[in-house]
Design a protein around this ligand. Structure first.
Ligand code: HSE
Length: 318
């Protein structure tokens, strides 16, 4: 129970959260993969009422630095859920995950805040994995980015009347992600507005088969990735809003690369079954792209978000 000033005052934590790619082709709002690109956040609980936010890197000079900051709102929501008084907060964010590109930056910000709350409240409130996912999903709206951001690896996420659930799977070591990031952004809400209310039964069956196959391809049989990343539920409906993404995904797939739209786009995720195949994919994009695209050769992150006390540096959670 909360009573008087926050017992967290004076505590300080460091949070690290990976980028994520959701959908992975057929697994709309369900499958997600954690990637080796990390936002880092330092949070200190102070004895005044102030919220001070410093943003370095991506979003510097753009994202709000007051109580409306997404990380601050996530911290506040976790404290409120557990009935804990919110201390003053000093945040320093070092961001590298691109914003508005389909790499889970908003999910990472939310997970950063929830994990910071977990660290600050350690020994006062135990926020377990299920609660972390529930808190993060309540803010994000769907669990497919926040689940891999929290837990790492490949995650299957689903929603029940009791709340969001997840299963984490380890990815075959041959699976090699490559992400292409354009200079332009895409709004997730715009992308979602392009989805129809209902889809043909045959398309639903198509995606059920590919999603099941994709889990097998990612954990056991990477040679099936091209067939397993086919989709009829979202990418075609959204193509008009990101024509170059659509054109490059089609071109890469015609050349045998398992390319998909990353999350709601506009970035492209290629899931290679051989690290060297990524160079060929990068050459193809360099040859066919009409605007600049940055290739990021990444690994799968297997750990997910971490929080450590600032001074001690021993893990509180992972
Ligand atoms: N599954 C989500 C979508 C991911 O594609 O809309 C982006 O938040």
């Amino acid at each position: 129970m909360a009573a008087g000033p926050s017992a967290t005052i004076g505590r300080s934590v460091i949070v690290r959260v990976p980028a994520t790619s959701a959908n992975l082709g057929p697994g709309f709002d369900t499958l997600g993969l954690a990637l080796s690109l990390y936002d880092e956040l330092h949070v200190t609980a102070t004895d005044d009422a102030d919220v001070i936010v410093e943003v370095h890197g991506i979003g510097e000079g753009e994202v709000p630095t007051d109580e409306s900051n997404l990380v601050v709102r996530a911290i506040a929501s976790a404290f409120a859920f557990y009935g804990q008084p919110l201390p003053g907060l000093r945040l320093v964010a070092n961001n590298v995950i691109p914003h508005g590109r389909g790499l889970g930056s908003s999910g990472a910000a939310i997970v950063s805040g929830i994990m910071a709350a977990k660290g600050l409240l350690a020994g006062i409130v135990d926020i377990d994995a299920e609660a972390l996912l529930a808190l993060a999903t309540a803010m994000e709206g769907h669990p497919d980015n926040v689940a891999p951001a929290l837990f790492g690896g490949l995650t299957i996420a689903w929603v029940t009347p009791e709340g969001p659930q997840h299963k984490k799977l380890m990815v075959h070591r041959g699976v090699s992600p490559l992400v292409f990031v354009p200079e332009h952004t895409m709004s997730t809400s715009l992308a979602r507005s392009l989805q129809p209310e209902s889809v043909p039964h045959a398309d639903a069956i198509f995606n059920v088969s590919r999603s099941a196959l994709l889990v097998a391809a990612l954990i056991q049989s990477p040679e099936l990735l091209l067939a397993a990343t086919e989709d009829k539920l979202h990418q075609n409906y959204r193509a008009s809003a990101m024509p170059e993404t659509n054109r490059l995904v089609t071109m890469l797939r015609e050349h045998g690369h398992a390319a998909v739209v990353s999350g709601a786009g506009p970035s492209i995720l290629v899931l290679s079954d051989d690290p060297s195949a990524r160079l060929a994919a990068a050459d193809l994009v360099a040859e066919h792209a009409e605007t600049p695209w940055s290739p990021l050769m990444l690994a799968v992150d297997f750990k997910g978000a971490t929080v450590v006390p600032h001074s001690v540096q021993s893990p509180l959670s992972s």
